[in-house]
Design a binder for this molecule. Structure first.
Ligand code: PEP
Ligand code: MG
Length: 574
């Protein structure tokens, strides 16, 4: 069985499915045919029997070892699972709504939970949790998952789950997980970016893949093409093993570029730096020959915890990176929480549109103490190497001024205490919101450099959520509107005498290198694993010829023609 999703991190992994239960109770809706009704009802009934058996086992154990109160709890669970109204409700939704059993169960559970929420009595209100817990058990039996954590994975595991957080992904390398596949997500989600940083093959946006796999199934994931093959036959397996070998050899061959400069065939020197998510990536930055760190995302210090990191903790962490990368520069980006990176200590969890909400610089300006603490830590680290500071999500000049006002305050404070820092530290901004892209001429007067965040710029320009698997096909870096904005940013930045970098995922995809050079881009910042691929591409390209081709491409009004033309160019050069 072959499934297609979005390629999130290149490479091929061959192993066994490790189905990870999602913390959220969330099923994907699948429309079924009338003929499929019986099968879905059967699946639901089998899951009910399995849940009852499980609960009976637990009740027996509880009777021996626990108090009466606990035994009563499990008896109540048995009562819920056996409730005829509940069972009828699910079956009726499958039959009338022609939906899969998971989705019907979710709908009924949500309806029942709403009833509990309205109850005033606290004790009875809390019984809603029991209903949810029982439904989760039934769901688990239905999809064949067991409650597991990533720490329990056997050696050849490929994780299949509804969604992963960027923090889950960080731990994967330590757990020797070969790769992962998720129902949710797009290729520029932070989970995908993290997978590339960890060099773990991944496919995301597979919609309901978790309902099609069983724990222990043999599986191949191709993170380069975005393909998942479940229970492959001998020929397919042999074929993918050969492809896997070719991929490994190609990666090794790239090593010849480590010490070579990123220079075009007509002698234009280009800078290729690295993006990092966590300090552990420094080794990879150095081994791939990157010219510094063009984007140091600092969210890792804030995620997966309930309290804010102290100034000292931040300072030590930044200083360590800065010293190791010296004399090359490190661009430290102030924290970009919100969107798909949620921190539990600030009020960003309940937003309806988190990507349009209190994110990044907006959140920092709303919490100046948190912001100042980070600025102090970055400034102090600047005394130990070559540091530049960068603000994310700047939407206009007032926001930049507001951030700089806080920075001035912090600088004054450090000076008054005679604490060392680089007084001439360069301060740049991310250009990732169309309002900033259209006013670069104004912003560039007050920023030392610009860095284009295409991951967000594309989502905001095209109104396509970067983590929503249902609109991935509309997420098009080559859309004429995007190319025009890029041209405007690069030209306006250069006219103002500022250097312009790109640190979004578009910079790390070799199929766009020629067109980006043609747009005049001279600084690339990409995930370490892509540094050599981009260097190789730059060394094949003629800077002047690329400009001509790009001008020609920009005159195309149709997106399809444009994409076709670029793909044709690509097949000629590769
Ligand atoms: C971007 O938006 O392109 C970017 C580099 O920032 P992030 O992916 O962290 O939002
Ligand atoms: Mg961004």
């Amino acid at each position: 069985m072959l499934y297609k999703g979005s390629p999130a991190s290149p490479g091929i992994a061959i192993g066994r499915v490790f189905l990870l239960e999602d913390e959220e109770f969330c099923a994907i809706k699948r429309t079924i045919s009338k003929e499929g009704i019986r099968k879905e009802i059967e699946r639901f009934k089998r899951a009910i029997v399995a849940t009852k058996n499980e609960l009976n086992r637990i009740t027996n154990k509880a009777t021996k070892h626990l108090s009466k109160k606990h035994v009563k709890l499990f008896e109540a669970y048995l009562f819920i699972v056996d409730d005829p109204v509940f069972k009828e409700d699910v079956i009726s939704r499958i039959t009338k709504g022609l939906v899969n059993a998971e989705y019907a169960l979710q709908e009924v559970t949500e309806k029942n939970l709403k009833v509990f929420e309205k109850i005033e009595d606290e004790y009875f209100k809390q019984r809603g949790n029991d209903v949810l817990d029982v439904s989760k058990k039934i769901m688990r039996h239905m999809v064949g998952a067991q409650k597991k954590t990533l720490a329990e994975t056997p050696e050849d595991s490929i994780v299949f789950t509804h969604n992963l957080t960027p923090t889950d992904t960080i731990t994967m390398k330590d757990e020797n997980i070969l790769g992962f596949a998720t129902n949710m997500g797009g290729k520029t989600s932070h989970t995908a970016i993290m997978a590339q940083a960890m060099e773990i093959p991944a496919v995301v946006g597979l919609k309901d893949i978790t309902s099609h796999v069983k724990h222990g199934d043999s599986v191949i994931i191709d993170g380069t093409e975005g393909v998942v093959v479940i229970n492959p036959d001998e020929d397919t397996l042999a074929n993918y093993k050969r492809m896997q070998q070719r991929f490994i050899t190609a990666v090794k061959e790239l090593n010849q570029f480590v010490d070579l400069p990123a220079v075009t065939t007509d002698g234009k020197k280009i800078v290729v730096a690295s993006n990092i998510e966590i300090p552990q990536e420094i080794k990879s930055v150095i081994s791939h020959g990157a010219e510094g760190i063009g984007l140091f995302r600092t969210e890792y210090l804030f995620l997966n915890r309930k309290t804010l990191p102290s100034e000292t903790e931040q300072f030590e962490s930044y200083k360590n990176v800065v010293e190791k990368i010296f004399p090359n520069p490190v661009i430290i980006r102030t924290v970009d929480l919100g969107g798909d990176k949620l921190f539990h200590n600030v009020e960003i969890n309940k937003e309806r549109n988190p990507f349009l909400g209190l994110r990044a610089i907006r959140l920092c300006l709303k919490h100046p103490e948190m912001f100042k603490k980070q600025l102090r830590a970055i400034l102090r680290a600047s005394a130990f190497g070559n540091v530049k500071l960068m603000y994310p999500m700047i939407s206009g000049v007032d926001e930049l001024r507001a951030a700089n006002a806080v920075l001035s305050e912090v600088k004054q404070e450090l000076k008054s205490k005679s604490i060392q820092f680089d007084e001439n530290i360069e301060v740049g901004i991310m250009i990732e919101i169309p309002s900033a892209a259209l006013t670069v001429d104004v912003l560039a007067k007050e920023a030392d450099f610009l860095s284009i965040g295409t991951n967000d710029l594309i989502q905001y320009t095209l109104a396509v959520d970067r983590i929503n698997e249902y609109v991935t096909h509309l997420y098009e870096p080559l859309h004429l509107s995007v190319l025009r904005l890029l041209k405007n940013i690069i030209n306006a930045g250069h006219r103002a005498g500022k250097w312009v970098s790109m640190c979004g995922e578009m910079a790390g995809d070799p199929s766009y290198t020629e067109i980006l050079l043609g747009l005049g881009l001279e600084h690339f910042s990409v995930v370490s694993a892509s540094v050599l691929r981009i260097k190789k591409e730059i060394r094949k390209t003629n800077f002047k010829a690329a400009k001509k081709i790009t001008d020609e491409i920009l005159s195309e009004s149709s997106r399809d023609l444009l994409v076709k033309k670029i793909k044709q160019r690509k097949s000629l050069t590769s």
